[in-house]
Design a protein around this ligand. Structure first.
Ligand SMILES: CC[C@H](C(=O)O)C(=O)SCCNC(=O)CCNC(=O)[C@H](O)C(C)(C)COP(=O)(O)OP(=O)(O)OC[C@H]1O[C@@H](n2cnc3c(N)ncnc32)[C@H](O)[C@@H]1OP(=O)(O)O
Length: 314
């Protein structure tokens, strides 16, 4: 009898461990491609490192909000090969940030990102290498979007090509006045390859996505707000551009994001996880995931404290 109870407890424990493992597998570092798709991450990293320049910088703050900066200002923050590798490493660091709640993605020096570095693109213009780069970036940007952090792209200046795709790998986009998001791919004889088309359809719907890609339309803040690509417009009070202007915009974005990240990290991360599963999974699977995530906060410190303080929501 006692043996049976112990066995039942063990099975229950094993069951919940398996559910947790499934949850982590679904929601954490899940990129799209693995070795089963002929994807050799180390080989691609080596190829990309042959195109150096710039950096992708990460600042994790005590507030639980991190700032990721695409930093290659002499090329309008275009992505060199080494920056693609940097991005993947920064995403790994964010995946392991237990105290994190929010993420702001910005470009350095008043411009967001002008896509791939065209010098690298010219040098790897054969389809095989192009597809390897595309798989690498799809993996990194999918993992970025799946982080258990609420993420916002601070779009200042231009977000072109791959830069426009990067904005769609964030949960929200706030556009500074005068900024432009443009999927210029058609003008380059291309379509998005970093997952930007699939994400764009989910953000603005297929009709709008077709117009933006087919017309390579320039999306200013007004159009962005109208079609749901932008979630807000940032108006700087300081005139002109420069460091003061940029840090004022960053402060505005931190304040905006703070409205959604107030509270303990496990709860904010759980919020992102349930929304993410609702967004990505078929309903039955999303419901099971929601139950698993619920189990991680039910009876947790924030829940017990709220119950003890008999909080009212007037
Ligand atoms: C299409 C998909 C693909 C992908 O998904 O992988 C891509 O993303 S391809 C890249 C798509 N982006 C472009 O084609 C951008 C081309 N550049 C421009 O349109 C302009 O440079 C612009 C609008 C970004 C800025 O114009 P502005 O007049 O303000 O400045 P400059 O043109 O003088 O630019 C300064 C400096 O930056 C260099 N630059 C800009 N973008 C790139 C880039 N993507 N790759 C490499 N270099 C870039 C530009 O050449 C200037 O350098 P300089 O040495 O002074 O000539």
């Amino acid at each position: 009898m006692a043996l049976c109870a112990a066995k039942r407890r063990l099975l229950k424990h094993a069951g919940s461990c398996a559910a947790w493992a499934r949850l982590l597998q679904r929601q954490s570092s899940g990129g799209v491609y693995s070795s089963s798709h002929g994807f050799n991450q180390e080989e691609i990293r080596e190829k990309l490192r042959a195109f150096p320049g710039g950096s992708v910088d990460l600042l994790k703050q005590e507030s639980g909000i991190a700032v990721l900066t695409i930093n290659n200002p002499s090329r309008m923050n275009a992505f060199s090969g080494s920056m693609m590798v940097d991005l993947e490493e920064r995403v790994s660091q964010l995946e392991n940030w237990t105290d994190g709640k929010g993420l702001i993605v910005q470009g350095a020096a008043g411009s967001f990102c002008s896509g791939s570095d065209l010098n690298a693109v010219r040098a790897i213009s054969n389809p095989q290498d192009g597809m390897k780069m595309c798989m690498f970036m799809q993996n990194s940007l999918t993992r970025l979007l799946r982080l258990p952090l609420i993420s916002v792209a601070l779009v200042e200046g231009r977000a072109l090509g791959g830069g426009a795709e990067l904005t769609t790998a964030c949960d929200f986009r706030l556009m500074a006045s005068g900024s432009v998001i443009q999927f210029v791919h058609k003008h380059m004889g291309l379509v998005p390859g970093w997952g930007g088309a699939a994400r764009l359809v989910r953000i603005v719907g297929s009709q709008n996505a077709l117009k933006l890609l087919g017309g390579a339309l320039k999306v200013d803040p007004e159009l962005g707000m109208r079609i749901g690509l932008a979630d807000g417009v940032l108006e700087a009070t300081r005139a002109g551009e420069g460091a003061g202007h940029t840090s004022e915009l960053l402060q505005q974005v931190e304040n905006w994001l703070g409205g959604y990240t107030k509270g303990p990290a496990p709860v904010i991360q759980a919020v992102k996880r349930v929304v993410l599963s609702g967004r990505e999974l078929p309903l039955s699977e999303a419901l099971r995931t929601e139950k698993d995530v619920f189990g991680t906060v039910w009876g947790g410190p924030a829940n017990l404290q709220a119950l003890a303080s008999k909080s009212k929501h007037k």
